[in-house]
Design a protein around this ligand. Structure first.
Ligand code: XMP
Length: 320
């Protein structure tokens, strides 16, 4: 049972010093690696890890082919500016191969977990000689996995997986007692700019979590374009998280006076403090109208855009 450390009880400076000491004691004189996705959790861990280990930490950005537009380059260049060297690993082919033909959400999540930990990190660990992987798992990830709601991609030990046995390395999780609001405090105190510590959450399985049904490069590209439009139009909403989801079913539409059996995109926009519960944002109708016009004209093949009005629970925030 992990003891929760609530954001209001957290002293970020003390927390950072304590975690940096623990990381340094655990890793000793060896090497560790960590994967940065640019989200607030992995960004905070990257800064903490560098404070603790300096050059003994190697930071990688895994380009799984499922990220948003230009994300790998943007994240690597932002961290470069903070003095942290990030190496981009091209793993697109491995992820698409692993996801081929899969439609069940939990099977897809498991395929992503295995590809990350066994194939990609396994190889990086073997090649670098590192014995530890540092990662930003938080308490909400563990809760939802253990409750059987959704297998979060980064929950292993708490799910009964021994990473040493399964993948050949140990995992260090300095943020495991925190929720998102606590992580934001730590991310701020560890020196990240506001654009990072207040960044909207984004899930480890990336856009694969927003494609219902089979994940292919083409279906990811459709979701990526719809995501870019949705993020642009909803930035000013101030919401906790917003997203575009590609549905599996097609519906009958009309284009140029002819039948077009086309794709459906669902928009979700959430108000939440810690992602445990959430309610849909009451977006102005003009905003919804603009989203539907832009997505049906700018995203090839889309004839239907819907807005989800269900709170969590019974919904979850992501669709897969
Ligand atoms: P759900 O969909 O479970 O999402 O209501 C709650 C929060 O967690 C994010 N999420 C994930 N984050 N790995 C992650 O790192 C995952 O597998 C994962 N699945 C969901 C989601 O974006 C939301 O902020």
């Amino acid at each position: 049972m992990i003891k929760e450390l609530r954001a209001e009880d957290l002293n970020p400076q003390e927390f950072i010093e304590q975690k940096a000491r623990e990381i340094s004691d655990t890793v000793g004189s060896g090497l560790a690696i960590n994967a940065l996705s640019g989200g607030v959790d992995s960004s905070a861990v990257t800064m903490l890890g560098h404070r603790a280990l300096g050059a003994r930490l190697r930071t990688y950005f895994i380009d799984n082919g499922l990220m948003r537009q230009n994300e790998p380059q943007q994240v690597a260049s932002l961290f470069g500016g903070l003095g942290v060297k990030v190496e981009i690993i091209d793993a697109k082919g491995q992820f698409f191969q692993a996801l081929k033909g899969m439609t069940d959400p939990e099977v897809k999540r498991e395929a992503i977990t295995q590809t990350f930990y066994k194939d990609v990190f396994g190889k990086l660990v073997r090649e670098s000689g590192a014995k530890y992987l540092l990662q930003g798992t938080i308490l909400t990830d563990v809760d939802e996995t253990l409750a059987g709601i959704k297998r979060q991609h980064n929950v292993l030990e708490q799910f009964g997986v021994d990473p040493q046995e399964a993948f050949g390395y140990r995992i260090i999780e300095p943020l495991i007692q925190l929720r998102k609001d606590g992580v934001r405090k730590v991310a701020n105190a560890v020196g990240l700019p506001e654009s990072m510590y207040n960044r909207m959450p984004f899930l480890g399985p990336a856009l694969a979590g927003r494609v219902i049904g089979e994940v292919t490069p083409e279906r990811i590209e459709i979701t990526r374009t719809a995501t870019a439009i949705t993020e642009k139009e909803l930035t000013s909403s101030g919401a906790f998280q917003y997203m575009a989801i590609l549905h599996q079913d097609r519906v009958t539409g009309i284009r140029d006076g002819k039948r077009d059996y086309g794709l459906q995109i669902e928009i979700r926009c959430w108000e939440s403090a810690d992602a445990r519960t959430a309610t849909p944002t009451r977006l102005p109708y003009e905003v919804l109208d603009r989203l539907s016009k832009r997505i049906t004209t700018e995203v090839p093949g889309v004839v239907s855009v819907t807005y989800n009005i269900t709170p969590k629970p019974p919904s979850t925030m992501e669709a897969v």
